[in-house]
Structures are given as C-alpha cells and as structure tokens.
Design a protein around this ligand. Structure first.
Ligand code: XUL
Ligand code: CO
Length: 453
C-alpha cells in the first residue's frame, strides 16, 4: 500500500516537472533581431508605456486552448497532421492534465497574461452529465493551481454547445425543449467553473443556433426561446455572483446556413428587441465579420460605436476561400484599424485580444506554435503604435470632423436635437436651393492612413 502510493507520488512529481517545449526559453524582446529570427518579439515590449498604459494593458493577449492545444490539423477534407508530444492518443483525464501542464508552460514562455477555453476542451465528456462535471472539476482544480503558480488569468470560458450530436438542431434554439434544458444545465456548470477560475468574461458563440431550412423552422419561436435561455443565464449569473462580462460572438454562417447571430448589428438588434442589451457585450471575430461580407474591421467599429465592443477574437480569414480559416492576424493595416478603435473607446478591459487562431495544418512543429503567436503579437503591437500616432496627431480626425461640420450648428444641430420639422426643412430648401456637391476625398483619407503604416 505504502509502496504503491510512493510510486504514484513519483509519477505525479515527474508529470509536474516534465518540460514539453525543451530548447525554447522565455521569449525576449529584441528590436534588432534579423528577419529570420522569429522566436523573438521585435515590436511587442510588454512593459513599454504608450498613452499612459503599458502595451500589455492595451493588448491583453490571450491564447485559446481549443486551437493551440486541441487542434490536430484536421480540415473538412483531411485527417490530423499534427501530433503533440503530450498526447497519448486517449481522451483520458490523465492526458487532459498533461495537456494542461503543457499549455501553462507555453503561456509562461510566451508571456501572454490570459487564456480561454471551452468546457469540453478541458476535460473529456463522461457517460452522464454528473460524470462529465466530475471530470471537469478535476481539471478545474489543476487549472486553478496552474493559474496561481504562473499568474496567467482566464480571459473567458465558454460552453461547447455545438459539437455533441444532441445539439444538432441547436442548443438555445433547439426545436426540442429537452435539448435546451441540457444546454442550460451545461451552462450552469460553465458559469460555476468560470466563477471559480476568476474568468473576466463568459462567451456565447451559437454554433448551431440558426437554420438550414425555413420549411422546418419557426424563426420567431427559435428567437423567443433563445431570449428565454439568456434570461435564465442572467438569473443564475446574478444568483452565484459571477462578476465577469457576458459576451455574444456573432458569426454569419458555418456550421448552419444562416446563424441567428449573423453580425454585430443583428446581435445588437436581438438584444434590444428582447430587452437584454444591458447584460451583454459582443466578442467580435474579424474572420466571422468577413464571412458576413463586411470589411475586416466592420463589426469592431460598429459594436464600439454603440458601446457594445467587449472583446476581440483576434484572427483573420482568407476571403478568397470564403470559409472560416482562423488564421493568425498578420496584416499590419487590419491590426492598426482594430487598435485605432480600441484606443478610441478607451481600451478593451475586461475583454482582450484572444487568438482564436490555429497554425496551418502544414505547420507541424512545436516552434510553429510559438512563432505564430509571437508574429501576431508583434503585428498587433505595430498596430497599436501606428494607431497611437494616428490618434495623437489628430490629422485624420480633423478631416473626418470637417466632413460632418454642417451638423454642428444651424439646421443640422436642430435636426439632431429634434427641434427641426419637415416643414422647416422644406422652407430652408425653398430659400437656399440644392445642396452644393462635396467631395468624399476617399483617396485623400486612404493616403493619410497609409502614411502611418
Ligand atoms: C467558432 C469560434 C469559436 C468561439 C468560441 O468559429 O470562433 O471558437 O470563439 O466558441
Ligand atoms: Co471565436
């Protein structure tokens, strides 16, 4: 008996000390690194101050668990290409724990302060909800210990309400109330573990919330049920005192033909329609924004304009492909546009920039996992610096304000305040005649923007 427990002790000590990324140390900042040195930060200097805040505080980088620690390089046409050394081919709790230790070693070396996960990425699903919850508790215990040791915090947790066959018709919008009840039970546990781990947000991405055919779908019933689901969520959140921000993540299509959370404007209209606006903000993923047929930064700008931008899934897609590719954001122009909006709204906290991105299935080495994150962090750091210049110099803003100057006084101001009437407008037009044509100067704006790249 004593021997067995000593042996078990040795095994768990060995597991604790195992290094999963040998040969890679803490990633350093070196602005002088040459082009081929991709395991260093050239622009992201965590403690450098910009506009009275550190880069780390502006950017609030987070690594996502599902792509970086559960992703194996599968795609709709191909099998796994990536084999990680911590995987033993089983879906056991033991394997899940080893994987989590590997993840925290990665976070500590990379230097991100946050992580995100789905409940089902973290721990294997059991035969019953009780068994599943017990598995989750074991993993959450370890996550709490690793968070304490490393100082890495939970940006957000979410429930996977789309993968299991039970959710094939939807979760919060299923035609079967029993299924929605299951989703509610799962979210109850999700909110409990999020509370336990101090999550700063809790995300809802409605993977199966949508329709494939309007012939078998009552869209009004679905949306009423969705609102009822969210009301129960708010009730429990308040009951247990979960302090995090609730976030909804829009996506236009995939996996369903039409997703109810199509884009930022659709989600804001839904929340408004059902009186839920004050309880939620949005988690915007630009890759999804492009699937809705919008420019990269569109939903970030729209949600921010209405005070609803809560957090960002920092990734990009290939619009030429047209499906959800979850690539690492590497485009300096795009990241500048995002950071311009983030600075203008005074920051993202309690949200952050979560890399909901995966290495390409051909990028099979462990170092690729580091390089992708480092390069994306550097791209956002450049975006932050560029946006800071744009905002500090104020030249773009001045030109923008000039375009709208007619609304600041006279009839424009009276229309905004509600004092003006159609009759008054008619009278003014009769007196003054047609408006003079004005130039939009789009190319002038684009040239000014390029000056800062
Ligand atoms: C799916 C997606 C999700 C959410 C969390 O496209 O982005 O990973 O971010 O469920
Ligand atoms: Co996402």
């Amino acid at each position: 008996m004593a021997q067995a427990s000593t042996k078990r002790q040795k095994t768990s000590n060995a597991a604790r000390d195992q290094e999963f990324f040998p040969g890679i140390g803490e990633i350093e900042y070196n602005p002088d690194a040459n082009a081929s040195e991709t395991l260093v930060f050239r622009h992201y200097d965590a403690h450098q101050e910009i506009l009275g805040r550190t880069m780390e505080d502006w950017l609030r980088f987070s690594v996502c668990y599902w792509h970086s620690f559960r992703g194996e390089g599968t795609d709709p046409f191909g099998a796994a290409t990536i084999k990680r050394p911590w995987e033993d081919g089983t879906n056991s709790v033991e394997n899940a724990k080893r994987r989590l230790r590997a993840a925290f070693e990665f976070f500590s070396k990379l230097g991100n302060k946050y992580w995100t996960f789905h409940d089902r990425d973290l721990a294997p699903e059991g035969d019953t909800l009780a068994e599943t919850n017990a598995n989750l508790d074991e993993l959450v215990d370890l996550a709490a210990e690793l968070q304490r040791k490393t100082g890495v915090k939970l940006l957000w947790a979410t429930c996977n309400l789309f993968n299991h066959p039970r959710y094939m018709h939807g979760a919060g919008t299923s035609c079967d109330a029993h299924v929605t009840a299951y989703a509610c039970a799962q979210v109850k546990k999700g909110l409990e573990i999020a509370t336990r781990l101090g999550a700063e947000n809790f995300v809802f991405w409605g993977g199966r919330e949508g329709y494939n055919s309007l012939l078998n779908t009552d869209v009004k019933a679905d949306l009423d049920h969705f609102a009822a689901f969210y009301r129960m969520v708010i009730g429990y959140k308040e009951k247990i005192g979960f302090k995090g921000q609730l976030l909804i993540e829009p996506k236009a299509k995939e996996p369903t033909r039409h997703q109810y959370d199509y884009d930022a404007q659709t989600v804001m209209a839904f929340l408004h329609q059902y009186g839920l606006t004050q309880h939620f903000k949005l988690n915007i993923e630009p890759n999804h924004t492009m699937l809705a047929g919008h420019p990269y930064e569109h939903d970030v700008v729209f949600s921010s304009a209405y005070g609803m931008l809560g957090s960002i899934d920092a990734n990009t897609g290939s619009p030429d492909l047209g499906w959800d590719t979850d690539q690492f954001p590497m485009d300096i122009r795009n990241c500048t546009m995002i950071m311009k909006t983030v600075i203008e709204q005074g920051g993202l906290a309690p949200g952050g920039l979560n890399f909901d991105a995966k290495v390409r299935r051909e990028s099979t080495e462990l170092r690729d996992l580091f390089i992708s994150h480092i390069a994306a962090m550097d791209t956002f750091a450049r975006g932050l610096k560029n946006a800071t210049k744009i905002i500090s110099e104020g030249i773009l803003r001045k030109s923008l304000n000039a375009r709208y100057v007619s609304w600041n006084s006279g009839l424009g101001a009276r229309m905004v305040s509600g004092e003006a009437t159609l009759e008054e407008c008619e009278k003014v037009i009769m007196e003054r005649g047609d408006p003079k044509p004005t130039s939009g100067h789009q190319e002038h704006f684009e040239a000014m923007f390029n000056h800062y790249m």
